[in-house]
Design a binder for this molecule. Structure first.
Ligand code: M6R
Length: 601
């Protein structure tokens, strides 16, 4: 959701900014723009729609070594050229891009900008106009920026240019993500490191309510009162190659294929040489000290959390609840005496989850974030952190992060059991490597899965997934994946629930996929399949070799430990969704209305 880039150095900023914005496309946006500052003054180009449209309108004759860029996901004001960023102050002296939401912008308009004619409907424009108002009163740009920020309620990541200072890029952050990238003779600004990974691998984290005065060879971080802070850069663990599609037609397909490799990486990161799991002892202690774990997440991460609960309860014996962040935030259940909160977030930036993190931290409870993005907000703000090591996930539909989350929960559960002296009933490291092989086998079944998508999903407007126990959680993820990339209405149900209402929707030809990997409920789910088949459903059973399979099951998964079955189920559910999206000619990597990083509540 919204992305920011900035560059100050010696190279031509235009191409660097456009490339940076292209790298941020995955976050979701509906308009884009850049501003270039050179000896002739400021040059702003912005357009509704894709960056490809913007590229056509940027004047190739304009060269500058300082500039900012933005992708906007509309919140205040419709997505059009006028509301696109950058926004400019009344005189044109200041140009600004902003992510986040300024909650009190109407009040600020009334209090300070009664005489200013605003050109857009955005909350952002108020910020740039305020900066100019205070600069006109005699404040330096830095002081005017800090004074403005002190008045803002809400979230912001800001990059600002001043036509009267062509050697400086001003930056500020509160709640919305923003990093400074450090180069040799240049510096950059980016919403996340993938945006500017072609330029540098060294980044400096910014904390809330910080301002940065960025020159091409220095950065000065300060708080809103102007006191400076020293912070060293860190090096990100991926490079430009990891963010490229290579020969793949879509990131989603590439990321599905990467899953076995991610499992193996996790085995290296969390597996000990003696066959045990190695986790930061402080994390294991925090888990075992808790009388109840609360997993907080959204979307696909929530679905991974449901599997995580099963693993924590069955392997480590720790009572665990899973909650949707946006619900938990405003409808908190009665908590146990010694809770531990685990936040799961691929991006580490999800605003709904962060809202809960802030609340429970205020209540003094311990927090742990499981994320794919080192240095992200949720990563930084939690007491403990575990990385997913999945590499950058660019497609909006989460795939490899989902399976990495499940695997990390299995390490967490086994480490907690080990520490308590409870011997897990299976060897996790061995079973995970078998699961990785199983995922690989399913990845090799693309032709079959494409055919299944054609046979079941080419002419339908809806589909159902049914399962029981762990398979039910898999079904919820399968339905979300299908909806978000193919726009087919899909629901995931507990097999036993169908007869309590939903079976009324089954008619001739309705596609019903049944996951049947769990021995203990195999007969029950097969009865549910019979029930829908008797009412005309077009059924597709996905079972597990040697455990639940029958001769005529459509898809038979390789045999893996039942607790890890969701890992292997993930591949067909993702590939079926992928091929259904292709059939429907959808924008697979950037589905409509969605954003990768959901940074507003
Ligand atoms: O970055 P997060 O894991 O916190 O994101 C949570 C959801 O927004 C995300 O999983 C979303 O549901 C994906 N589009 C699913 O593919």
């Amino acid at each position: 959701m919204c992305g920011i880039v900035g560059y100050i150095g010696n190279e031509d900023a235009r191409d660097i900014l456009l490339k940076g914005l292209t790298n941020l496309e995955y976050r979701g946006y509906d308009s884009a723009g850049i501003a270039l500052l050179n000896a002739d003054g400021i040059h702003v180009f912005k357009e509704k729609g894709r960056i490809a449209v913007l590229k056509k309108t940027v004047d190739p004759a304009v060269h500058a070594t300082l500039g900012i860029g933005h992708t906007r996901w509309a919140t205040h004001g419709e997505p059009n050229q006028r509301n696109a960023h950058p926004h400019q102050s009344a005189s044109g002296r200041f140009t600004l891009v902003h992510n986040g939401v300024i909650e009190n912008y109407n009040q600020l308009k009334a209090d300070y900008l009664a005489d200013v004619i605003l050109k857009s409907e955005t909350d952002t424009e108020v910020v740039v106009q305020l900066i100019e108002t205070f600069a006109n009163e005699g404040l330096s740009t830095e002081a005017a920026l800090r004074k403005t920020l002190q008045l803002l309620d809400g979230s912001y990541a800001i990059a600002l240019l001043d036509t009267e200072d062509k050697d400086t890029l001003y930056v500020a952050k509160n709640k919305s993500p923003l990093l400074i990238g450090i180069g040799n003779g240049f510096n950059v600004v980016a919403s996340d490191a993938t945006a500017m990974i072609q330029q540098t691998k060294r980044y400096v984290e910014l904390m809330d309510e910080e301002v940065v005065v960025l020159k091409k060879d220095s950065y000065t971080i300060m708080d809103l009162d102007g006191s400076t802070k020293i912070r060293q850069p860190y090096t990100v663990s991926f490079d430009a190659h990891d963010t490229e599609k290579g020969a793949y037609p879509h990131y989603m397909l590439k990321e599905i294929d990467e899953q076995p490799a991610v499992m193996r990486r996790l085995l290296q990161e969390y597996g000990g040489s003696d066959g045990t799991v190695t986790l930061d002892p402080a994390i294991t202690r925090a888990i075992n000290d808790a009388d109840r774990i609360y997993i907080i997440a959204c979307g696909t991460s929530y679905h991974a959390g449901l599997v995580g609960r099963h693993l924590l309860e069955t392997i480590a014996g720790i009572p665990t609840e899973v909650h949707i962040s946006s619900e938990f935030s405003y409808n908190m259940p009665l908590l146990s005496q010694k809770p531990l909160f685990i936040f799961i977030s691929q991006s580490g930036e999800t605003a709904d989850s962060r809202a809960v993190l802030v609340k429970v931290k205020k209540l003094g409870y311990p927090t742990l974030t499981m994320t794919n993005v080192e240095g992200s907000t949720l990563y930084r703000e939690a007491d403990y952190r575990m990385l997913l090591f999945a590499g950058p996930e660019i497609a909006v539909a989460s795939t490899k992060a989902y399976t990495a989350m499940i695997a990390v929960f299995s390490f967490m559960a086994v480490a907690a059991a080990q520490k308590k002296g409870v011997k897990p009933s299976f060897n996790l490291l061995h079973e995970l490597s078998i699961a990785a092989q199983g995922m690989e086998q399913m990845i090799d079944e693309k032709a079959l899965l494409k055919e299944v998508a054609r046979e079941y999903l080419s002419i339908t407007r809806n589909a159902f997934y049914i399962g029981r126990a762990l398979d039910y959680y898999v079904c919820m993820e399968a339905a979300l994946k299908l909806k978000e990339v193919s726009y087919i209405q899909a629901e995931g149900f507990a097999g036993g629930e169908l007869k309590h209402g939903t079976i009324a929707l089954i008619e001739d030809g309705t596609p019903v996929f049944a996951f049947a990997t769990q021995q203990k409920v195999n007969n029950n789910i097969r009865s549910n399949v019979e029930e829908v088949a008797a009412r005309g459903a077009h059924t597709c059973i996905i079972s597990m070799d040697g455990v639940t399979n029958h001769a005529d099951d459509r898809i038979v998964l390789p045999n893996v430990h039942p607790a890890l079955a969701p890992l292997v189920c993930a591949v067909p559910l993702q590939l079926i969704a992928y091929y259904a999206a292709l059939q429907n000619e959808c924008d697979v990597d950037k589905p409509r209305n969605l954003a990768k990083s959901v940074t507003v509540e």
